[in-house]
Design a protein around this ligand. Structure first.
Ligand code: ZN
Length: 453
């Protein structure tokens, strides 16, 4: 049976529209989106309605260490020392514990405005580094958590085979991540039937990084034409660029574009360190740059060249990566603020079609996030999944805003606290800022942190 909803304002592909009737069928798909309508017997939504934001990069288990690696020392600190601490956490986690962390994480994501997550899943094996009797056991912990939380999922099992450029052997801290190509392809085969049949879950794949796979391994996997999107971490750190230059004479993004057919199916996570020709060629190839502003800031990665990239038509989306923040508002705000700090100018990210910076940020991240997830999302239009975020229409800042200031009020003057209700595939998962599992979740997470910390 279909459901009908009515919004005083909704963000459509053409911009803000008024008096919008939305119809959702039993599969959770939008079957009608009509502005300038009358509500009739439709359910009235509590405020301005946006398409839910896709989160294009997550490592669920890392949520358990958010905020625990913020201690100064006499030595300069970097991504690499953070990674050692992360390996310390990885050493101990069971599939049940990962399920608890992921469920809590995904509920927080829903409350932060994300309705879909692409999980870059590389924690595969038991604590000794052996495959579980079901090699997909950790993956099921993730799919189960997504199911219980109600968030939609694109699972990206990760091929991770080496510790450095040129096929260096993995180190002890990486033992739970490691596959050879045949084992990895078996994992994809095992997961495919479950995920391709599922209404809100899908399968893609990822290469961890150019440090972790060789060209031959990438070619062997790509020759099987794996389904769904393809993600890879690339050029996150200057040290990776330096090592790539020593190994191949090329910078990482240049090497990738020269050796692999990178196209719309690809999402390059971070892509922080780019020279002028890499900016140009990445923008031209149609892939998405997967930006994770709060994590990149937390890890001291550097700043993506968003202004130049966007000016050349480059596509981008946002992810919460290590989950120091679970908030669409913070992620998009920092994306713009980083550019302001770097250029000493205001209002950096916009174009001739979309002048309000907040609208440009939100709409660009919707489009890029949808492309990188491989799912029919990212817009309130017929045929797309009904993923909605409803803002608080009684909030004075939002209630008095106009079409060209509404998102600015939210993204630059507000917070995720202004999100009231969230729908994924036609089902309400957050209502009046609460999730049905909130209480159970808090108790389970407190128990788990007591166990592992
Ligand atoms: Zn990552």
């Amino acid at each position: 049976m279909s459901q009908r909803y009515f919004a005083d304002q909704a963000l459509l592909p053409t911009g803000w529209a008024s008096q919008v009737l939305l119809e959702v069928d039993a599969t959770g798909t939008l079957t009608d989106v009509s502005p300038n309508s009358t509500p009739g017997n439709a359910q009235r939504l509590a405020g301005p309605v946006l398409p839910g934001m896709p989160n294009l990069h997550s490592h669920a288990f890392q949520r358990a260490m958010a905020g625990l690696a913020e201690m100064g020392s006499s030595q300069p600190d970097s991504f690499w020392s953070w990674r050692e601490r992360m390996y310390g956490l990885v050493d101990r986690l069971t599939p049940d514990q990962v399920g608890v962390i992921a469920q809590a994480l995904y509920i927080e994501m829903l409350k932060g405005g994300y309705t879909q997550v692409s999980e870059f899943h590389y924690l595969h094996h038991d604590t000794s580094g052996q495959a579980y009797s079901d090699p997909a056991e950790m993956a099921w912990a993730i799919t189960g958590a997504a199911e219980r939380s109600g968030i939609a999922l694109t699972l990206l099992p990760v091929l991770y085979a080496h510790s450095g450029f040129g096929g260096q052997p993995p180190n002890h801290g990486q033992r739970r991540f490691i596959h050879d190509v045949p084992e990895f392809l078996k994992l994809l085969e095992r997961l495919a039937p479950h995920l391709t049949d599922h209404p809100t879950q899908a399968l893609g794949m990822a290469f961890h990084s150019l440090r972790a796979v060789t060209l031959k391994e990438m070619q062997e996997v790509l020759a099987t034409n794996p389904i769904g999107p393809r993600h890879i971490h690339v050029a996150e750190q200057q040290r990776e660029v330096d090592e790539s230059l020593v190994y191949s004479g090329k910078r990482p993004v240049r090497w990738l574009l020269d050796n692999v057919a990178v196209d719309e199916r690809w999402c390059l996570i971070h892509a922080t360190h780019l020279d002028d020709t890499e900016v140009r060629d990445l923008a031209a190839c149609g892939a998405v740059a997967g930006l994770c502003p709060t994590t990149e800031a937390n890890l001291g990665d550097g700043l993506f060249r968003a202004v130049e990239y966007a000016a050349q038509g480059g596509r981008l989306g946002i992810g919460s990566d290590s989950h120091v923040s679970l908030d669409v508002v913070e992620e998009l705000r920092l994306l713009e603020y980083g550019q302001r700090l770097a250029t000493q100018q205001r209002n950096c990210l916009h174009d001739s079609a979309i002048r309000p910076v907040a609208d440009w940020l939100y709409r660009s991240a919707l489009a890029g996030g949808a492309q990188a997830s491989g799912q029919p999302i990212g817009a309130l239009e017929v045929g797309k999944r009904a993923d909605l975020v409803v803002l608080d229409g009684s909030d004075p800042y939002l209630a008095t805003s106009k079409d060209d200031t509404r998102l600015g009020r939210w993204l630059f003057g507000g917070s995720k606290q202004q999100i009231c209700d969230v729908m994924v595939a036609g089902r309400w998962v957050i209502q009046q800022r609460r999730h049905a599992l909130d209480d159970a979740n808090r108790a389970a997470l407190t128990r788990l942190f007591t166990e592992i910390n």
